[in-house]
Ligand binder design. Sequence first.
Ligand code: NAD
Length: 462
Amino acid sequence: MQTDQDFPELRSLRETFERGITRDFFWRRSQLLALEAFLIEREQDIAVAVYEDFRKSPEETFLTETGYLRGEIRFVLKHLKSWMKPNRVSIPLIYQPGKGSFSSEPYGVVLIIGAWNYPLNLCLAPLISAIAAGNCAVVKPSELASHTANVIAEGLHRYLDRSAVSVFEGGVEETKALLEERFDYLFFTGSQSVGREVMHAAAKHLTPLTLELGGKCPCIVEKNVDLRVAARRIVWAKFLNAGQTCIAPDYVLVHENVEKELLRYMQDAITDFYGDNPRLSPDYPRIGNKNNFHRLEKLLSRFSPSGDCLTGPHDYYVAPTILPGVTLDAEVMHAEIFGPLLPVISYRNIDEALESIGKGMNPLALYLFSSDPKVQERVVRQSRSGGVCINDLLFQASIHRLPFGGIGSSGFGAYHGRAGFDTFSFKRSILKRSLYPDPALRYPPYGGRTFGILKRLVTIFH
Ligand code: NAD
């Protein structure tokens, strides 16, 4: 069992929290502004670090990391004061005179564990919510994006109040040791298998948690849509970050009548976006690490021709690859692909498509291209997923007003905007009563007529 002595910074964070410093609105505001300053002043360093980790272009880094985070900070700053206000509730007559309210209170010291694929966003978006809710935080970036982890550690320690926010850089063993400690909330983003271990560690201290996991996100394409637009959007969303996006479309289900046309448009879109040799495109990133590269290479080797997959020092390249004619029982359909391989499966009618989705686990996102409102409604009603986006992809996660999170095997809990503030706070109810009147009715002995009156009052006035 670890103690605070193994992580002395943890003790100092706890002291800061207990002194009430982080509860103050102006402290929260100043930290969010400091985080914004870090993102603005160090944009270049961040872009270089992410590029060094997996050759992601500075433009994509802005769109999916720094730009998103700056928008989130602005959104939170605009609403924070109103979110922090206690909510007054009306009190039933039977409990009058009295005043009731509930407020959003910080948990205390929280631990945020990030994944490597959006190495900045997945650490700092939860941190924004944690600070907004008045917590102290330990941030644990992924060791697999080590350049970005260094910039996060150096930047946060320099820009933020070090007595309240600390960055812990470490690999699997160090993270396991950290999880032995008692935190007041855990926020984990990563794979389902590690999510189970984190939940196990949380159980030991009865620590509440959020799990942001992955899964296989389907994309249904009906026959009555503009297939060129659908194809371009699907290709963009799938091959952004070289397919290493938790909400990327994992596979496409297309109506059999338009399968060929969609495949042609998708192939055209790949060439339009990344040229004839995507390896040379400055906009096409690499696979983040060796294990993931070999896993994808193995999956590709099942197909003929087996695709374009090359490795060099720090250059794990897998070409954007569309896999037509795949069946639901194929190996590539067994688990989340998390890479630039896109199986395409045809269906005869929407019932068949819905049935095949139902067989999978609950995905983080579900996508549908259809211009028929009835079909749109049916698909939403008859499926389950963390989020849905109709006639586009990914943007459900970019809108600060929409909660982002999974369901079932893709995780639980949500964040972004108000949802993030709520995740990192608990609701504390406060009832203030008057000492008078003090009717004998509420006290024993309860027998006879008096209890009859009490029973009526309790059921009528609520
Ligand atoms: P991962 O589960 O391997 O690692 C995530 C974090 O957990 C890292 O910081 C790592 O250091 C730590 N970790 C790894 N093994 C651990 C262990 N045994 N005990 C304690 N901590 C451990 O995930 P990854 O490879 O970084 O990310 C890919 C996965 O994350 C994919 O499944 C993807 O879908 C998912 N993901 C989900 C979201 C989301 O928002 N829901 C976002 C991005 C990625």
